[in-house]
Design a protein around this ligand. Structure first.
Ligand SMILES: [Zn+2]
Ligand SMILES: [Zn+2]
Length: 86
């Protein structure tokens, strides 16, 4: 049994997330993990739950937001796109 560090819920199915810095966090659900760890888009301020993009060390939720702030390098960012049936 462990306690979620965000909401304090004592829950038998808590899980740990190890970040790139080596820190280990304990959560009772993905929502709490997102609340604590997900980066925030520097343009629209949503939490980035998917891949997102990184430009010059800044995080954005998508190519559009990256281009809105980082006009030069952001222009090189493409969202994931697949082949479209014709
Ligand atoms: Zn929680
Ligand atoms: Zn955004």
């Amino acid at each position: 049994m462990a306690t979620c560090e965000v909401c304090g819920n004592d829950y038998w199915m808590t899980f740990e997330v190890r970040t790139v810095s080596g820190d280990v966090h304990t959560f009772d659900c993905f929502e709490c993990a997102v609340h604590k760890l997900a980066p925030i888009c520097e343009h629209c301020q949503i939490r980035i739950v998917g891949h997102g993009v990184e430009v010059s060390g800044r995080f954005f939720c998508c190519g559009h937001c990256a281009r809105a702030v980082e006009t030069e390098q952001g222009a090189e960012i493409r969202d994931a796109v697949g082949a479209r049936p014709s």
